[in-house]
Design a protein around this ligand. Structure first.
Ligand code: SAM
Length: 330
């Protein structure tokens, strides 16, 4: 099997040194897509100046943010510092959203440390202009867990709104079959249960998503080197539910560029950024790759395959290391 894995880009200094010369953006720069108007910035979401530059007076109807969780991957900070930082990018988000819009935030809870930062974030959001709407859990299984605790198989997703935004979730049926009966109701004098009443064999999306496969190295959408990649299907579900064709969508933690690609696939315009020039480059290359050969990632390859060649790629990557952010506790 052809395989050119990359190590965790954000921590492998040797790999970073090799990749940086191939990155077209440096800190403060923006790539503008001449086909669909997407924008990718090498910018800091906590900087008002950076975000104002990225948005270029545009406003969005949907924000999908996936910050580092302050748990396993990326730098871990003191919870007070993490919350101050979160307040900054939440404040910028509110400034760049339309009056009727939606905000989704992926966040983890460290069960060995008082469930920070998720618990703190939820409390902090009570003093922000957003209204809480749903608390979604996506099933995310990696590895075999631990015999000392319940296996961690969850990713948390918070859903907030401003004003009265679109919500199209009723149109979408999941791949989850109706396996449980119940919810009886009388229809035309006959007692029916929920399986009989609906036209579909499957259930509609609720706030527990068990039908989405966590990205791993055998999937076409896998981006080698990006250990916190979210599944395209999850991002597409959010975009379809909470925006309309032609809308602007923001994601200020780009990483592997999942939101940018989902916007391209669904006819939305994406404004995205990352502080790391390597993740910015990967984000742009992922879009270009899709446009050139309809591939959604680099299964069996990596975004820098052409430049690095087979023999020069660091190859100590192992299967269980993939997508560290999914494996928060074990
Ligand atoms: C959890 S990953 C996002 C994963 C993404 N949803 C995906 O599917 O690939 C978080 C990303 O945020 C970036 N990041 C961290 N701090 C940032 C900041 N202040 N501004 C912009 N990006 C930041 C990191 O470099 C990392 O790539």
């Amino acid at each position: 099997m052809k395989n050119f894995p990359l190590p965790r880009i954000e921590i492998d200094e040797a790999c970073r040194e090799r990749l940086l010369p191939y990155c077209r953006l440096q800190s403060g720069q923006i790539w503008e897509d001449d086909k669909k108007g997407h924008r990718v910035g090498c910018l800091d979401t906590a900087s008002e100046q950076d975000i104002t530059k990225l948005m270029a007076r545009n406003k969005a109807t949907l924000a999908i943010h996936d910050p580092p969780y302050n748990v396993a991957a990326f730098a871990i900070r003191d919870i007070q510092a993490f919350m101050l930082w979160s307040k900054q990018w939440i404040h910028h988000t509110a400034q760049h959203l339309m009056p009727d819009s939606s905000l989704y935030v992926w966040l983890g809870a460290d069960q060995n440390d008082g469930f920070q930062p998720l618990a703190d974030f939820m409390v902090m959001m009570r003093s922000e202009p957003f209204k809480s709407r749903s608390f979604i859990t996506m099933r995310n299984q990696r590895g075999y867990g631990t015999p000392k605790n319940w296996m961690s198989v969850r990713q948390e997703l918070l859903y907030y709104t401003l004003g009265n935004p679109v919500f199209n979730v009723n149109a979408e049926y999941t791949d989850i079959p109706k396996i449980l009966r119940g919810y009886y109701k009388d229809v035309a004098g006959k007692r029916t249960e929920n399986i009989e009443r609906s036209g579909s064999e499957n259930i509609r999306a609720g706030n527990v998503w068990v039908d989405i496969q966590q990205v791993f190295y055998r999937m076409e959408e896998n981006v080698n080197g990006c250990y916190a990649q979210k599944p395209l299907k999850a991002i597409e579900r959010i975009i379809q539910a909470s925006s309309s064709v032609g809308d602007n969508v923001i994601d200020w933690f780009a990483h592997s560029g999942t939101t940018l690609l989902a916007c391209e696939l669904l006819g939305r315009r994406c404004f995205t950024c990352d502080t790391d020039p390597i993740f910015c480059e990967i984000t742009i290359r992922r879009l270009e790759r899709y446009r050139n050969c309809a591939e959604k990632g680099w299964q069996n390859s990596n975004p820098f395959e052409k430049e690095l060649g087979i023999q020069t790629v660091v190859t100590n990557n192992s299967e269980p290391e993939q997508n560290m952010q999914g494996d928060l506790w074990d």
